[in-house]
Design a protein around this ligand. Structure first.
Ligand code: FAD
Length: 426
């Protein structure tokens, strides 16, 4: 039985079906994908959740090929707002942050990123803090510097290296995984919220409620649980007996990072023509002190969609605003970026967003490790009484944690654990 039909649950289903196992997948929502949520945009998809493929991510590319689609390199120039104007960035902020964090690998004791940065230069501190907030959606005052250093500097070709965008977004990949669930051995239960997971010597029994609130019970040999750390920390579902102490401790050493991501569709790609065409090939705009520190275009694809992005403590602050106020804030930030060359308020055609922090089935965007939690992810991969196997982005390796690739990989890993434990006759 697989609990949750996001990337991890679907990848787990694929592996178990390939091994001819009978599976039941329970999903609370009426759609698949969890933190993958693709809308149709102006000639391009609008991804309100996961969008990029970070680094080499073999499992993502394998599945994109299976979906008969491809991914393209993220292109375009990066502009940084400094001294009152946008300037083409000469330095690669990733490189500076990775170099700075590389020095943390020699530390014996874990500290927060903020504490570690106290001795760094001003520029290193600014880039590292901005990227830890923006990329990891983490609070630098709470995030483990050892975990983040491991993620960023041990990772040649990994998630902080090149970035790609699946053509058509992640929707084709989800469709392919969905089609595999039509197999004879698969049962998919949508609108089915898991409330309790009971394990005993004979197996696992899940109690769930359907859309009408009616209770149902499902029994299986084992359960792969793919819910986010935020969902598990909120005590949903209830585990009986409770999760063992090492699992609970590991969960408490992780946190869900907040992200506010807006899809802003404009009447035209106005930034391509202002300022004498200076931003015609822009990919990213950065301004560290803005509420939305990053905007990106769809380059190399030309479209009138801009994404506004805020992660970490700044996203927490934005989460207190209503939808319209968030859009207004993003447009104000954009106007300030372009220093009067354009008024994005006049250009907006439509705005899209999903509140991941208030979504009861996500409770945040993705996980990061708190001080002392550099090994928490690993601890979550230990089977619980040989009956419960945790999967999901939070259980992926440090280099892939928080990503779609990490979630997919974790689903395949949990399936392999189940198959190793339970042979076909068992
Ligand atoms: C705004 C945003 C931007 C992101 N950008 C990127 C990016 O560019 N690149 C990248 O690689 N990653 C990105 N990510 C992260 C990526 O989307 C996630 O890591 C990944 O999708 C997580 O998959 P998962 O299967 O682990 O979890 P989920 O997708 O959360 O799947 C868990 C499933 O369990 C279901 N569920 C929860 N509770 C219950 C319950 N009680 N009963 C039944 N079902 C339940 C949920 O509905 C969900 O379908 C982003 C995430 C967000 C939110």
């Amino acid at each position: 039985m697989i609990l949750g039909a996001g990337a991890a649950g679907l990848a787990c289903a694929r592996s178990l079906l390939a091994a001819s196992r009978t599976i039941v997948v329970l999903e609370a929502q009426s759609r698949l994908g969890g933190r993958l949520l693709t809308l149709e945009g102006p000639g391009v998809p609008i991804e309100l959740g996961g969008e990029f493929v970070h680094g080499t991510a073999p499992i993502s590319f394998e599945l994109l090929r299976a979906a008969d689609t491809a991914a393209i390199d993220v292109g375009g120039e990066s502009f940084l707002f400094r001294d009152g104007a946008l300037r083409e960035s000469e330095e690669d902020p990733f490189e500076i942050a990775a170099r700075t964090l590389g020095r943390a690998r020699g530390l014996r004791d874990d500290v927060s990123v903020e504490e570690f940065l106290a001795t760094a230069g001003e520029r290193e501190r600014e880039f590292t803090r901005t990227l830890v907030e923006g990329f990891d959606a983490a609070d630098p005052g709470r995030a483990s510097v050892l975990a983040i250093a491991h993620e960023w500097s041990d990772d040649p070709g990994g998630q902080t290296a090149r970035q790609f965008r699946p053509l058509g977004g992640y929707a084709p990949l989800l469709r392919t995984l969905r089609a595999e669930l039509d197999a004879r051995h698969a049962h998919l239960l949508l609108d089915c919220t898991v409330r309790a997971v009971r394990r005993d010597r004979d197996g696992v029994e899940v109690t769930a409620t359907d859309a009408a609130g009616a209770a149902l019970q499902v029994r299986a040999q084992a359960a792969v649980v793919t819910f986010s750390v935020g969902v598990l920390q909120a005590g949903v579902p209830v585990f009986d007996p409770p999760l063992p102490a090492p699992t609970r401790e590991a969960l408490n050493l992780l946190a869900m990072g907040p992200v506010v991501k807006l899809g802003l569709v404009f009447r035209t790609a106005f930034w391509e023509t202002i300022a004498g065409g200076r931003y015609c090939d822009a990919g990213f705009f950065h301004r560290a002190d803005a509420a939305f520190p990053t905007f990106w275009t769809q380059m190399p694809v030309r479209s009138s969609l801009l994404i506004a992005w805020s992660g970490g403590p700044k996203a927490d602050a934005l989460s207190t605003l209503d939808d319209r106020a968030r859009v207004r804030t993003a447009l104000d930030d954009l106007r300030a970026l372009f220093a009067g060359d354009a008024d994005p308020h006049d250009q907006l055609a439509a705005a899209y967003q999903h509140d991941w922090q208030r979504d009861p089935y996500a409770r945040g965007a993705y996980s990061y490790a708190l001080v002392g939690g550099a090994h928490a992810r690993e601890a979550l991969t230990d089977p619980i009484d040989e009956r419960i196997f945790l999967a999901g982005e939070a259980t992926a390796s440090a280099a892939e944690s928080g990503t779609v690739a990490g979630a997919l990989q974790s689903g395949a890993r949990a399936a392999a654990q189940v198959l190793a434990r339970y042979d076909l006759s068992g």
